[in-house]
Design a protein around this ligand. Structure first.
Ligand code: MOS
Length: 739
């Protein structure tokens, strides 16, 4: 008898939550109902800085169906101290306290919530509020504040220490490239609007259905803000229509919904509008200067990366935007500087591949420009400076197969056929450009709890408080559990998105797949040991004398690895012990890896440009990714494709425009805020290169939610240069900039 190899991990399994989503059975935060549900509509500030002098709610209150209007004057009690509002992923500073007082910190700040028997009445009444302000001068002009920016504090995300002597090396370098690159503010636009439904149970406990990437983060936050006992509150987010980082921190509607439920002693729901979603946070605009110095053979001698990003006046949001530059390529001299422009805007927040999407954009365009100056092929320049070690720590990598990304990506794209000169490739009226860039992200993992309940009928329930923000977490959890427990996929059920489940960090940073997969494997180890012990209690036990490492769970049995004919059905083991089920909960902690750990990609893009019309089309993208073991070929490919599509948006379309006169976003809707549509997207090919990694974790998983976007905008910008001979360093590359 032979064992079938694990078949679920890695397979192209369609999402197990797909049928629930497409049939409407999957409920989102705004879809939970309860008798007497009150509907809230948010009113926001039209000034960017100052105080509310007076809010006249009398006309709004007279609208039929209106129950109440909550403002800072009449809201239920909330914590005063900033600390109570500091969630798991809050940056340094004093977090925004929704509806706390009369102070206005940004345009679009919530100042009231109108509560009514139906959403239409609330929405209409919201237009009748009379608000008087004491306005103060505001500043939201990022470029104008460039010189006033202050050094970013030396927190966890401060720039890495410099190495060598950059100035000397730059002066001595025979070939130099210096330029400024600009990325505008960009806004997350997940399909699902931010929403919260708060429902009381008969015992006075509150269940909050919230759109969030972290139910336990929201739970801790709400307990702090409202002084609730942890057991009196449950936060649920079993399904999420996209987050991209905007749901890592609790958003203000969750506070408003709980305020409403408390004020009315009724269930309450608050749903934001698309325009209001634009004020929840954004990718900070970034001005960056990159200086590169190289020998004539392409050997990098110096990298300097200086950045200015924007933040609010009340929190310092930044990531290690500049650090990627010194990490990626072998170079003895590197320096970094990061300054923050504090503006009268809401605090920025993480957006897919925060810091890498922007920082690597500049680096990879600069590398392309250096290759032009050196008259070198862009891939050859990168291979010349290929680094086998993390350049900050000097540590070797747990695995790094970026070389295969360059090779396989170039091969699939046909890079060898590229004529190096700009404007050398044409098809009729269209100029053709081919560009490439490198991508890099971290391979992180966080402590995580998993509970497995294995029933005598051969079913297992696996639970964890993580989220599935649309990435496929339900599915990869089921795949890993099926293989680890030796059960068919359809006999696994997954519970997540519930704060009462075993401990999980927010779903972000691309760390959940690695964390939860290995958490399931570790918990399944405990289940296996239990089953073995029970099996050894049977008379004439075939596995007598075997230790937990001598057996595995497969085909519904506990099976000797050495002799698969020695086996006991799991059901028999439980039945003999008179157990209906065994249950194990295990917290998996990850030791800090001694080796450097990153994911990488090589992105190749083709653009076709009609110069008369200024039309740029991205007709082909090949993204070759090295991200360790791939848990699900289908959902993984979807993640990378999504990242590529967003990279097209970053390169050509997206820009959050702020009117400095009013301090207000001018294009806070998805008609004026441009994102790629179907007609903008052509061929996208995703390649996962083989990258075995026995060091990073048991299963060799590195995660891939973020890596898909990194490098894409640079590859496209480099292709635009190759097509036209015009170097556009300011994103998005709109037609006016090609003139
Ligand atoms: Mo991701 S930007 O950490 O949701």
């Amino acid at each position: 008898m032979s064992l079938s190899a694990p078949t679920c991990i890695g397979a192209s399994v369609s999402r197990i939550d797909g049928p629930a989503k497409v049939t409407g059975a999957a409920k989102y935060a705004a879809e939970y109902v309860a008798p007497d549900l009150a509907h809230g509509y948010v009113v926001t500030s039209r000034i960017a800085r100052g105080r509310i002098r007076r809010i006249d709610v009398s006309r709004a209150r007279r609208v039929a169906g209106v129950i109440d209007v909550l403002t800072h004057d009449n809201r239920p009690q909330m914590a005063a101290q900033d600390d109570a509002y500091r969630d798991d992923v809050a940056p340094e500073g004093a977090p925004f306290r929704p509806l706390y007082n009369d102070r206005i910190l940004f345009s679009g700040q919530p100042i009231a919530v109108v509560l009514a028997e139906d959403p239409e009445a609330a929405r209409f009444a919201a237009t009748l509020l009379g608000v008087d302000y004491d306005e103060e001068p505001h500043v939201t002009d990022f470029l104008g504040q460039r010189d006033a920016a202050v050094a970013a504090p030396k927190g966890a995300f401060g720039p890495p220490p410099a190495r060598g002597s950059v100035e000397t090396a730059l002066e001595a370098a025979p070939v130099r490239h210096d330029a400024d690159y600009y990325v505008p503010a960009e806004t997350h636009n997940p399909m699902e609007l931010y929403a919260t439904t708060a429902i009381w149970d008969a015992d006075g406990r509150l269940t909050v259905y919230d759109k969030t990437q972290g139910v336990q983060n929201a739970h801790t936050y709400l307990c702090g803000v409202f002084g609730l006992k942890p057991e009196d509150l449950r936060v649920m987010s079993p399904y999420m229509g996209g987050g991209f980082g905007s749901g890592l921190r609790p958003q203000y509607q969750v506070v408003l919904a709980v305020l409403a439920a408390k004020a009315l002693r009724r269930p309450a729901r608050v749903v934001l509008t698309r325009a209001q979603m634009f004020e929840l946070g954004y990718r900070p605009a970034m001005i960056q200067r990159i200086s590169l110095g190289a020998d004539a053979d392409g050997t990098l001698r110096a990298i300097a990366h200086d950045a200015v990003t924007m933040t609010s006046r009340y929190e310092d949001f930044y990531r290690q935007e500049t650090g990627w530059s010194g990490l990626l390529y072998a170079c003895a001299n590197a320096s970094y500087a990061h300054r923050l422009a504090r503006l009268d805007l809401p605090t920025p927040c993480d957006m897919r591949a925060p810091s890498a999407a922007t920082g690597v954009y500049a680096l990879e365009c600069a590398m392309d420009e250096l290759a032009v100056a050196l008259n070198m092929d862009p891939i050859a320049l990168r291979l010349k400076n290929y680094s086998e070690r993390d350049q900050h720590s000097g540590d070797p990598y747990s695995s790094k197969n970026l070389r295969a990304c360059y090779e396989q990506g170039a091969e699939a794209f046909g890079w060898a056929g590229r004529a190096p000169e700009p404007r050398a490739m044409r098809d009729g009226d269209e100029l053709i450009g081919w560009g490439m860039a490198t991508g890099v992200w971290e391979a992180l993992q966080m402590s995580i709890g998993v509970r497995i309940v294995l029933s005598a009928n051969g079913h297992a329930e696996v639970s964890c408080a993580t989220s599935d923000i649309g990435t496929g977490t339900y599915t990869i959890m089921a795949q890993v559990a099926a293989d680890m427990l030796g059960l068919p996929l359809q006999d696994i059920s997954i519970r997540l998105g519930d704060s009462t489940l075993p401990r999980s960090p927010v779903e972000g940073g691309s760390w959940i797949a690695a964390s939860v997969a290995n958490g399931i494997a570790a918990t399944a180890d405990a289940i296996r040991a239990d089953v073995l012990r029970l099996a050894q209690g049977l008379p004439h036990a075939p596995l007598a004398g075997a230790g937990p490492d001598d057996v595995e769970l497969a085909e519904g049995c506990v099976v000797s690895r050495a002799d698969p004919s020695r086996r006991t059905p799991i059901a028999d083991a439980l039945r003999h012990a008179r157990l209906e089920r065994i249950e194990r909960e295990h917290l998996t902690e990850f030791a800090a890896p001694k080796l450097a750990h990153n994911t990488h990609s090589a992105v190749f893009a083709e653009v076709r440009i009609d110069e008369d019309l200024g039309l740029i089309r991205v007709t082909r993208v090949v993204s070759a990714v090295a991200a360790g073991r791939i848990l699900n070929a289908k959902t993984a490919r979807s993640q990378i494709m999504g990242g590529v599509v967003w990279g097209v948006g970053m390169a050509l379309h997206e820009e959050t425009l702020i009117d400095p006169a009013f301090g207000r976003i001018m294009n806070a809707n998805i008609a004026d805020y441009h994102v790629p549509v179907n007609a903008d997207i052509h061929d996208i090919e995703v390649i996962f290169v083989d990258e075995p990694d026995a060091e990073i974790n048991h299963l060799g998983v590195k995660g891939l939610g973020e890596i898909g976007i990194v490098g894409v905008a640079a590859a496209i910008a480099n292709a635009v240069y190759h097509a036209t001979g015009t170097r556009v360093r300011d994103l998005p590359i709109t037609l006016d900039k090609l003139r």
